[in-house]
Design a protein around this ligand. Structure first.
Ligand code: PGA
Length: 246
């Protein structure tokens, strides 16, 4: 059965108390459905609150927004993969566009983070996507291919653990989104990249992100190439998020 993932990236919103309240309301409206998964990426300080509130409910996954590539050390302000795991994470975002473009994260660093997560049995969700000028110059696939190079050298078994989120930078938080057809073209390219390295096409999970809202989610998910959505703004309001998931 194909997966349908609704992933909420809370970014720098919702502390532990807000998160507990959110989950209380969300879970009162939530019914597990086969094939549908709801993933939460809270701020690191709210990870334990979300993990405890979700309490292993079927179809719910909790992840960190970012981890460092080392397991421990003198890296003020960072958290490591084993720390995220101890706080209740089962997954983590890697290379989100805000990490890349505000904090200067490189493909070399995203590659090391993916490996750190795999070492600790956490699912990496590698975010890729082009800027507006790169799309306008027709460089979208080249940019995405360059970002996928962070996975170079991983074998098929490891690659099979990785989820990719395609998020065009020009669509994040702007109210613009790629058409399902534009997204499908890039998803198809990513799927072929994995297939060329031994991962069965049906096995690769690729999310779309960038201004996904309750009123545009249906046509995106109707596109067979799109296995789910990664949602920022519309995921931090419990009414909007519950509606979208429903
Ligand atoms: P947005 O964010 O839904 O607010 O555009 C998506 C993301 O950054 O993951």
């Amino acid at each position: 059965m194909s997966r349908r993932i609704f992933a909420g990236n809370w970014k720098m919103h919702l502390g532990p108390e807000d998160a507990r309240q959110f989950l209380k309301v969300f879970l009162s409206r939530y019914r597990h459905e086969a094939g549908r998964e709801v993933w939460f990426f809270p701020a690191a300080v709210a990870l334990p609150a979300v993990a405890e509130a979700a309490g292993g409910r079927a179809g719910i996954v909790v992840g960190a927004q970012n981890v460092h590539w080392e397991d421990q050390g003198a890296f003020t302000g960072e958290i490591s993969a084993p720390m995220a795991r101890q706080a209740g994470a089962q997954a983590a975002l890697v290379g989100h566009s805000e990490r890349r473009h505000i904090f200067g994260e490189t493909d070399e660093q995203t590659g090391r983070k993916v490996r750190a997560l795999l070492r600790h049995q956490l699912t990496p969700v590698l975010c890729v996507g082009e800027k507006l000028e790169e799309r306008e110059q027709g460089h979208t696939l080249q940019v995405v291919e360059g970002q996928l190079a962070a996975l170079a050298g991983l074998d098929a078994a490891a690659l099979g653990q990785v989820i990719v989120a395609y998020e065009p930078v020009w669509a994040i938080g702007t109210g613009k989104n790629a058409t399902p057809k534009d997204a499908a073209e890039v998803h198809g390219f990513i799927r072929a990249w994995f297939a060329a390295r031994g991962v069965a096409e049906r096995h690769t999970t690729i999310l779309y992100g960038g201004s996904v809202k309750p009123d545009n989610v249906k046509p995106l998910l109707a596109e067979p190439e799109i296995n789910g959505v990664l949602v920022g703004g519309a995921s931090v309001n419990v009414a909007t998020w519950s509606e979208m998931v429903r």
